[in-house]
Ligand binder design. Structure first.
Ligand code: AMP
Ligand code: ZN
Length: 114
């Protein structure tokens, strides 16, 4: 979508610090990090939210999860642990309407969220 921030990042029209990329998945550092490591993992295809994922995209869902796992390992978080968050809709606190996994780590995280 032309006015989607994450589509513009995917297309290189907004700068980002990329940490991972393959044909279908892109990951870059969150501009407002909430932990020492805060990466956003997105499908390159514009999917508005978790509410919009389709069974047909099954392979993409798997790729997103495996990429997230690989990035966590690449950033040395596999052993200590990390958190993956998918804010969805208003109550979920979603502010960018392009599906993204927050990958957070580098410190012990508290629970529950606010
Ligand atoms: P959410 O509130 O779950 O939709 O998360 C959106 C995230 O995108 C927030 O954590 C923002 O800090 C992050 N964000 C917004 N614009 C950018 C950008 N241009 N580059 C990197 N991260 C961004
Ligand atoms: Zn988009």
């Amino acid at each position: 979508m032309a006015d989607c921030v994450f589509c513009l990042i995917r297309d290189g029209e907004i700068p980002s610090e990329r940490v991972y990329e393959d044909d279908d998945v892109l990951a870059f550092k969150d501009v407002n990090p909430q932990a020492p490591v805060h990466v956003l993992v997105i499908p390159k295809k514009h999917i508005a939210s978790l509410n919009e994922i389709q069974v047909d995209d099954g392979e993409l869902h798997t790729q997103l999860l495996l990429a997230t796992k690989a990035i966590a390992a690449q950033l040395n978080m596999a052993e200590d642990g990390y958190r993956v968050v998918v804010n969805t809709g208003d109550y979920g606190g979603q502010t960018v309407d392009h599906l993204h996994f927050h990958l957070l780590g580098g410190r012990s995280l508290t629970w529950p969220p606010g």
